[in-house]
Design a protein around this ligand. Sequence first.
Ligand code: G16
Length: 546
Amino acid sequence: IMEAIIEGFVTEDRARFPNGPPKKFSYGTAGFRERANLLECVLFRASVIAGLRSRAARGSIGIVITASHNPVEDNGVKFVDTRGEMLIPEWESVASEIANATNSDLKEVIMSTVNKYSLNDINYNPVIQIARDTRPSSDGLLALLKDGLQLLGVRYTDHGLLTTPQLHFIVKSHNSQCSYGQPTPLGYYQKLSKAFRSLMSQVVSDSKPVMKLDAANGVGAGRVIELLEHIGDIMNIEVYNDGTNGELNYMCGADFVKASQVAPNGVPIVPGGCYVSFDGDADRIVFWYCSKDGGKFVLLDGDRIASLMAMFIKDHLLTLSLKLNMSVIQTAYANGSSTTYIQETLDIPVTFTETGVKYLQRKAQEFDIGIFFEANGHGTVLYSDTAVERIKAFVHNEKLSDDVRSSGKALLDLIDLTNQTTGDSISDMLIVQVILSHKKWSFDDWANLYTDLPNEQIKVKVKDRQVIKTADEERKCVKPDGLQDLIDKLVNTVSKGRSFVRPSGTEDIVRVYAEAETKEEAHSLGIAVAQSVFELAGGIGTKPVL
Ligand code: G16
């Protein structure tokens, strides 16, 4: 029967896409991502990928149609695995093979997956959880996905417009038989708002916190408005760049603000005000403000969020005298000052992985408490079952002091406020607000934890970005020959210099990162390295200039 179903699917695929996939797709940092008009075949075939993965894992899996921080012409598909995490690596290859199969190979590729994982049991009927972002192309791509699922007889729930992390939450909740939460958008708002209200009730203050949100003209805007129905009486979030006027991710949003280190368009600036930027699908977040004296722009990025969360959690563990195996997970993009602060001041070990939340998340699972954050604002905290059980023991022990028990309760609420599946702008925003309120800190106080080393990020266009090969968690470039030697020489010309290059997994460019003791040195180092990439890796277009 399975073979007949697949035969029907393949016949329809051939009728709709007689020339097969329009290009070779690679499963990048976060799924397939391309110009939207090239993705139709991929979305149709995403149905079979999801259906097979779901059968193999015996659980519901998720699909989000989004290209996150990319421009509005792009789109993409992110698969969410059964525990609410990114798709496991073994299945990234399966997904690539199916997406790239020629028309004549498609049936064989699918059937070999069916046989390899013994997926012939048609009695197991999975449910796929689906969401999409606000891109104009998302509706058409969604229709193709649904057509594919219907042909295959795979059930699905279409949750409509959601942030990517909301769908991760729903998948985890569904597969945990609701022990993690109710698998609906409402369940998400209820879980977070309950924890947030409990944590904020411990704060004595006569004013409501106010956050001004740059929602990147993306899907986060509407979701925050929905959230406000649950917490609007205790927190004020003013939503800007809500998609009614501006273009998605254009001159706004977390990626723009982090990379260009300036305030976004579309947000009225009040010196001293508290600002926050999401990216297009609200899985990344950065905070920022303009200082009261002089209006200097100050960025509080993913490294800052990780440092703040690590400090707060560590403080509570100290109150409980509880020793847990804890680590902060960073990538090569982490500002050197944040790593020093976490290791030396907080005395928490830092572990490095390559770029991509999927890598950080896997590493974080090795600890009782794994705080993982990319500098670009993508991250969250994972708590092991052991950590949760040990913290719970404090709350229910009547013999302990009120301070100790309320510290335990605060940690448990914090765990509930955390989206433990992936980086989540909404959850991260609320956690930061809780910490600042508990400490009675302003953004200035937070920024004073350490001083960032000036840094610069540059994009270089090359003919084929795959000519760049890296090692040592992307901190060393091993191909093309000679590029790393050049980088080493350039780094030695500035003080506190550091630089690395890597091919992006979401855009058709090579990324260059440079940091140094002064802004000028970071800039000149970045440009010099970008020029070396241009020369040795087949740059196209205009060569970067100082
Ligand atoms: C995705 C990943 C992130 C990664 C970012 C940029 O984010 O989930 O982990 O940092 O891409 O990746 P790259 O430098 O390879 O282009 P998003 O928010 O775009 O889905």
